[in-house]
Design a protein around this ligand. Structure first.
Ligand code: C2E
Ligand code: CA
Ligand code: CA
Length: 263
């Protein structure tokens, strides 16, 4: 029946995605792009968000196509580990040469953050690559709390003790329970999309910004695409932006060049 065929298609598709990830791990065909973040008022470079891709016979595959499968089948742990090592190796030298306070942020999935190997692995990677911990920012979504708030808080506190910064990703879509640990709130793109046309969205973002500032956090707007959004964000006191309006994600080489320009 049609229903069965639909199921078959779905299974095939997810099976293919799984194979895609296995192949990528085996053939080492992951690569990273880095999206610049800027201070909205001074326009200074704040840092970069690291974003993973797969190179599949010359075609770029985006995380939207494989992350949810990787999270379901546990391969996310391998992927995140690869990202940590790769990003630290890439930037360690450049950051020490540049001497300025650029932040490199890495997305960590909830499952990985709560895995017992996360902190030991991270410590080891920092040591092996001599990456300066104060230049590292870890991005987590509030879904880390779904499993266990206590456990998440222990891990996040240890990150802080190691001198690593914490950002709450996709803010506004979760539970807002980790705020007091984070230095940076990343306002989800869905709110930025509505900010020009929709009065409500505008008020909501204003409220998040003022709450964040009261709690001594900085605020970055994600997915900013045009000047009109920029001017509203400036007016309502947002601190940083990341979005196509100023930069799409750039290559490793380009991002290093941007850092070295600051030296
Ligand atoms: P995210 O963490 O919310 O990352 C922001 C996404 O928005 C990125 O998509 C970025 O390319 C995109 N973006 C940035 N500015 C704009 C804009 O102005 N307009 C639009 N339309 N999009 C913009 P990307 O790279 O496809 O990543 C999607 C998601 O995959 C990320 O969402 C993150 O949750 C996950 N992800 C990406 N890289 C990694 C990684 O290395 N590890 C883990 N665990 N997850 C990752
Ligand atoms: Ca992110
Ligand atoms: Ca986000």
């Amino acid at each position: 029946t049609e229903y069965r065929e639909g199921m078959m298609n779905k299974l095939l598709v997810s099976h293919e995605k799984e194979q895609l990830i296995r192949d990528a791990i085996e053939n080492d065909s992951f690569f990273m792009m880095f999206q610049p973040q800027y201070n909205l008022h001074t326009r200074e470079l704040r840092g970069f968000e690291s974003l993973i891709r797969i190179n599949r016979y010359g075609r770029v595959v985006y995380p939207g196509e494989f992350m949810s499968i990787a999270e379901k089948n546990g391969m996310i742990l391998n992927i995140d580990r690869w990202v940590i090592k790769n990003v630290m190796e890439s930037f360690s030298e450049v950051l020490r040469r540049c001497g300025s306070e650029i932040l490199i942020s890495i997305n960590i999935s909830a499952a990985h953050l709560l895995d017992k190997c996360f902190l030991p692995d991270l410590r080891q990677a920092l040591e092996e690559t001599s990456f300066p911990p104060r230049c590292l920012e870890v991005e987590v979504t509030e879904s880390v709390c779904l499993a266990s708030v206590e456990h998440a808080v222990v891990v996040l506190n240890q990150l802080r003790d190691m001198g690593i910064s914490l950002a709450i990703d996709d803010f506004g879509t979760g539970y807002a329970s980790l705020n007091y640990l984070a230095k940076l709130l990343k306002i989800d793109k869905s709110f930025i999309d509505g900010i020009v046309s929709d009065e409500g969205a505008d008020e909501f973002v204003r409220a998040i910004i003022s709450m964040g500032h009261t709690m001594k956090m900085e605020i970055i707007a994600e997915g900013v695409e045009d000047d009109e959004q920029l001017s509203i964000l400036t007016e309502i006191g947002c601190d940083y932006v990341q979005g196509y309006v100023w930069n799409r994600p750039v290559t490793e080489e380009m991002s290093k060049t941007m850092v070295l320009k600051l030296a």
